[in-house]
Design a protein around this ligand. Structure first.
Ligand SMILES: [Zn+2]
Length: 189
């Protein structure tokens, strides 16, 4: 092409180097000959214009950048996948069952401890909760795991009243009695 070194963006309207009449089709969006549309920043609007006004040319353009479309479709897929994952994560978080479980575990031959799990599913600060149990039952109480409090003493049955009383958002039905559980933890409890 004789005008190859000329920047297409600078050209407005008919090309002075071309003898007219010539069958050049100009884009109604960017006013460049349609073969320059792809250099126009607003190319997708050009394509929209083409689709409306020169469907036959639009088909060519569409075929021309078929690879582009394909890769952007792929990008779209990836984006969707990422979005999907994010949504899955959120969903999973929502699906965390809000449930407090209480169980009794033997401690030595005659004593028991009470294990409370699941308080953090109600966004309860475990340290605060452990302190509360300690003063409520006048016994040792400490956070022993990610979502676990061990109370020194068998207070399991009291917890069905105490927990909903202290945290009204925890219905008594949401406090599950796991009965007696052997603790295999090597921690001193
Ligand atoms: Zn255009």
């Amino acid at each position: 092409m004789s005008v190859e070194d000329e920047k297409p963006e600078l050209r407005v309207g008919p090309d002075p180097n071309v003898i007219y009449p010539i069958k050049v089709q100009y884009c109604g969006n960017c006013s460049l000959p349609i073969e320059y549309c792809e250099y126009y920043p607003d190319y997708h609007k050009c394509k929209e214009w083409l689709e409306k006004n020169l469907p036959s040319e639009f088909e060519k353009v569409k075929l021309d950048d078929g690879s582009l479309e394909a890769s952007s479709a792929e990008d779209e897929k990836k984006r969707q996948k990422r979005g999907g994952k994010g949504m899955l994560k959120t969903k999973k978080k929502e699906e965390v069952q809000k449930l407090v479980t209480v169980s009794r575990a033997p401690r030595g031959k005659k004593k028991s401890v009470t294990v409370v799990q699941g308080l953090s599913t109600f966004d309860i600060d475990l340290k605060v909760a452990a302190k509360f149990f300690g003063s409520r039952f006048a016994c040792g109480s400490s956070v022993t795991g990610e979502d676990e409090i061990v109370i020194q003493g068998d207070v399991k049955d009291d917890l069905f009243d105490v927990i909903p009383e202290k945290w009204p958002q925890i219905d008594e039905d949401l406090v599950d009695d796991l009965g007696d559980q052997k603790r295999s933890l090597h921690k001193a409890i």
